[in-house]
Design a protein around this ligand. Structure first.
Ligand code: NAP
Ligand code: 1JT
Length: 254
């Protein structure tokens, strides 16, 4: 489905990352992939994963809070790939103390950091990618239900995801004339590095599975397969959307 397509994936930290499940699905669909990692600490992880599953993948260092690293990563991509067809944004960060307790107490610093890394990075990366998407393209980011409804403790990340989803709509308008589509996947809760250390995450997983129409939690692979669909021409009429991959959790009332 994605033969002869080139893509770049932001946000692989380890094998549990949603970005890694997405990479495996995109690779299976025939895409050629590049990966970015944040700093040397994560380089080894990504190297180990890609060496085994897709040797020869292009690996680039990129912390989105550093514009020169973003510029350098896309310069490299332009050199090595020429054309870019899709970009996966699977990045989020907020200081730990901001997840939990009351949103009321969010510090200016935590707010700005969470919004910068988790939301501003979308227009930032879209702007850098667009010139390489010469035959149209697809951009996919990862959101969560806390963007639209209150999830106790998700706090400033919910506000950042609301900005990410709104950015998806505004960017869809700007990029549409170049046939670049941009959509967000709103994934159900998944036990990843980000989720680790979030108190009561297992309670949340249990609650989610019980309440969701499918009676279970979403598999990372299912998020990956939806990304394949959004990167392929099968979704050519879809842009600016938030697609729920949450076993139906979000549709429930009482
Ligand atoms: P993850 O494996 O921890 O992935 C988060 C990634 O963001 C990591 O690779 C992390 O790198 C990267 N990142 C953080 N700050 C960065 C920066 N300044 N520059 C570049 N990369 C940076 O966790 P995940 O659950 O797969 O999260 C991926 C996405 O899915 C996030 O947007 C998250 O909000 C979303 N999501 C997760 C869930 C869930 O329940 N897990 C549900 C819905 C949506 P470092 O490790 O170096 O910080
Ligand atoms: C970050 C973290 C982004 C955890 C995240 C995230 N996106 C989803 N999760 C999982 C999650 C889900 C719920 C929750 C808390 C975390 C950790 C810090 C970096 C950014 O509720 C309290 C529902």
């Amino acid at each position: 489905m994605l033969n002869n397509k080139n893509g770049i994936i932001f946000g692989v930290a380890n094998k549990r990352s949603i970005a890694w499940a997405t990479a495996l699905a995109l690779h299976e669909a025939g895409a050629k992939l590049a990966f970015t990692y944040q700093g040397d600490r994560l380089k080894e992880n990504v190297e180990e994963l890609t060496n085994e599953a897709m040797p020869g993948s292009l690996l680039l260092s990129c912390d989105v809070s550093k514009q020169d690293e973003v510029d350098e990563a896309f310069r490299h991509i332009g050199e090595k790939f020429g054309r870019l067809d899709f970009l996966i944004h699977s990045i989020a960060f907020a200081p730990r103390e901001a997840l939990g307790g009351e949103y009321l107490n969010t510090s200016r610093e935590a707010f700005l950091t969470a919004l910068e890394i988790s939301a501003y990075s979308l227009p930032q990366l879209a702007r850098a990618a667009a010139p390489l998407m010469t035959e149209g393209g697809s951009i996919v980011s990862m959101s969560y239900y806390g963007a639209e409804k209150v999830v106790a403790g998700y706090n400033v990340m919910g506000v950042a995801k609301a900005a990410l989803e709104a950015s998806t709509r505004y960017l869809a308008k700007d990029l549409g004339p170049r046939n670049i589509r941009i959509n967000a996947i709103s994934a159900g809760p998944i036990q990843t590095l980000s989720a680790r250390g979030v108190s009561d995450f297992s309670t949340m997983l249990k609650h989610h599975a019980e309440r969701a129409p499918l009676g279970r939690n979403v598999e990372p692979r299912e998020v990956g397969q939806t990304a394949v669909f959004l990167c392929s021409s099968m979704s050519s009429g879809i842009t600016g959307e938030v697609i729920y991959v949450d076993c139906g959790y979000n549709i429930m009332g009482i």
